[in-house]
Design a protein around this ligand. Structure first.
Ligand code: CDP
Ligand code: MG
Length: 136
């Protein structure tokens, strides 16, 4: 049975800076995820801290928020069959060193922090994250 979902994807500053936006967008399109909305923004550290607040107890939280607000990012709504898990599969493991071949993080990630993309980890979080950036 068909299960069309939406998920939130972010192209992080390391990838935007290296002009990988089009390559990453095409990777999604070529793998059956449609880009419904896309915008380039530059978050303040406060906004990044709000977005990543699920990680506030983690030792990497402050660096993560500083990093995500360090440059322009592309936020996108992706749609497709099982889009949440499909996107996570296309992204690859959090640490590019552990990512499967032909995943975004394996192809483009530099390190565990500069890992080129964010993707929602559940349907529930996808709804919250889409609403965070794209309020109608
Ligand atoms: O992004 P993903 O869902 O794969 O990983 P996460 O566990 O939700 O962590 C969010 C982000 O924090 C990661 O994408 C990394 O950029 C960063 N992180 C880090 O810098 N150091 C870690 N040990 C774990 C995560
Ligand atoms: Mg996550």
């Amino acid at each position: 049975m068909s299960n069309i979902e939406k998920t939130l994807s972010i192209i992080k500053p390391d990838a935007v800076e290296r002009n990988l936006t089009e390559d990453i967008k095409n990777f999604f399109i070529d793998n059956d995820l449609e880009i419904l909305s896309s915008k380039k923004i530059h978050m303040s550290k406060e906004e990044a801290s709000e977005f990543y607040k699920v990680h506030q107890a983690k030792p990497f939280y402050d660096d993560l928020c500083t990093y995500l607000s360090s440059g322009s990012i592309i936020v996108m709504v992706l749609e497709g069959e099982n889009a949440v898990s499909a996107n996570r599969k296309l992204m690859g493991a959090t640490n590019p060193k552990d990512a499967e071949p032909n995943t975004i993080r394996k192809l483009y990630g530099i390190s565990i922090d500069k890992n080129s993309v964010h993707g929602s980890d559940s349907v529930e979080n996808a709804k919250k994250e889409i609403n965070f950036f794209f309020k109608d």
